[in-house]
Design a protein around this ligand. Structure first.
Ligand SMILES: Cc1cc2nc3c(=O)[nH]c(=O)nc-3n(C[C@H](O)[C@H](O)[C@H](O)COP(=O)(O)OP(=O)(O)OC[C@H]3O[C@@H](n4cnc5c(N)ncnc54)[C@H](O)[C@@H]3O)c2cc1C
Length: 382
């Protein structure tokens, strides 16, 4: 089945550069970076030099001044090689958009070109030890201090958290107002009172740093507030569809990669005098997965088209993330089964794909929260 015509010749020629970078610079280092639980900052600068970061940004900030398709190509290529780090998708497509959309001119000039060059790494810190799905329950506080803000609190599970130079922090600025009292404020590394806790040890996604962050009387200038005080929750709700689209695309790419490696494995491995792929059960399982992946591709491309024309709704994005993360979970499980005992050995790509996939149903909003978003819409239309 042919893909929907989303990408043009420019994107495909860019893909060649991205693929070479992924195959030559990212894939061979995955194991070393997984041991370190982070990637070295130099790889970010290298990617920035090739135009692989924040390509959608206006030219004045170091981008192409087009749309997110170049950055989506980067997501697809990282997923294709099963990379778990570097966290380019979050940096380019989730963090930078908040700054571009809601930051003041001086802040944008200071941060965005450096992000596009890979000199500064971005993260977004919403989750706290006591509040994940229920974001309105966060407790990190920012109180006015001179012309700026003084921040106290703690965040956890923050992707890029260990390497990040720029962190968008969700803070309470108006206690008692619940979701309407939340603001997004930027904290930069090196600011006194800001510290990082452990680089967390996870089940999978080992090349990705994920950290605890602490804010102890951190003072930031007023410019670091994104948009208006009290509107942070609304901004996050507006940003989530694109975040979920990115997760959807990564799940699709990872599922395609898992199937490809399993087809190759079962065509090579033999039992009872035949190739594993010649057993009817194997062929049927592969066929089922292929059909799911084809459906997933069509769904994915439809969501990308909706996003490009600014019509991607929260419900569509939630449905995409729900379906694709669950599909990926089923696919990697079947693929491990078709690998037999080797599917349980960490040196096999499918084993890593299996553990790396588990988080997709949890972060960026759990499957249960995705169902809530979709179900609320169903009930609204009764
Ligand atoms: C590797 C990793 C990377 C992450 N990266 C980031 C990041 O960069 N930035 C960031 O801010 N956060 C990040 N997170 C946090 C992530 O988004 C949260 O873990 C996730 O949203 C779930 O929140 P929680 O862990 O507090 O679980 P909880 O909210 O405590 O949920 C526990 C269980 O209860 C269920 N549940 C909760 N509410 C409902 C409900 N209303 N109805 C039905 N079931 C419900 C959940 O679905 C889940 O099954 C990351 C997490 C991980 C593990």
């Amino acid at each position: 089945m042919e893909r929907m015509a989303i990408f043009n010749e420019d994107h495909e020629s860019f893909r060649t550069t991205v693929r070479r970078f992924c195959e030559e610079r990212v894939a061979p280092n995955q194991e070393a970076w997984a041991d370190e639980h982070r990637v070295p900052p130099e790889i970010w600068r290298e990617a920035g030099g090739l135009g692989l970061l924040c390509a959608w940004l206006p030219e004045e900030y170091g981008g192409t001044g087009t749309d997110i398709r170049f950055d989506l190509v980067v997501c697809e290529e990282l997923a294709r090689i099963g990379a778990t780090g570097p966290g380019f998708p979050l940096h380019s497509l989730i963090v930078a958009p908040y700054i571009a959309e809601f930051g003041g001119d001086a802040l944008k000039q200071r941060l965005l070109p450096a992000m596009a060059r890979g000199e500064k790494i971005g993260a977004i810190a919403m989750t706290e030890p006591g509040a994940g799905s229920d974001l309105a329950g966060i407790r990190t506080m920012a109180v006015p201090y001179g012309d700026g803000w003084r921040i106290n609190g703690q965040k956890t599970f923050i992707t890029n958290g260990h390497n990040a130079d720029i962190i968008i922090v969700a803070c309470i600025t108006d206690p008692g107002k619940g979701a309407h009292g939340i603001s997004l404020i930027i904290v930069e590394s090196g600011t006194p009172g800001f510290s990082r806790g452990r680089n967390l040890r996870k089940m999978g996604q080992h090349a990705q740093d994920t950290a605890e962050l602490f804010f102890d009387d951190v003072i930031v200038p007023g410019d670091n507030l994104l948009g208006e005080a009290g509107k942070g929750f609304i901004y996050m709700m507006e940003g989530l569809p694109q975040e979920r689209l990115v997760a959807t695309l990564l799940c699709q790419g990872r599922a395609e990669a898992a199937l490809a490696t399993t087809i190759a494995y079962t065509a090579d491995r033999r039992a009872f005098g035949k190739r594993i792929i010649d057993f009817q059960n194997t062929r049927f399982k592969l066929a089922e997965m292929q059909a799911q992946i084809m459906a997933g591709r069509a769904f994915c491309d439809q969501l990308v088209m909706a996003c490009l024309s600014k019509r991607l709704s929260a419900v569509d994005a939630a449905a995409g993330k729900l379906w694709h993360s669950e599909m990926l979970g089923r696919v990697v499980d079947e693929c491990v089964q078709l690998h037999g005992g080797y599917g349980y050995m960490m040196e096999y790509p499918i084993t890593r794909a299996y553990v790396d996939a588990r988080i997709e149903r949890i972060y960026g909003g759990t499957s249960e929260i995705m169902k809530e978003v979709i179900a609320r819409d169903i009930v609204k239309h009764l």
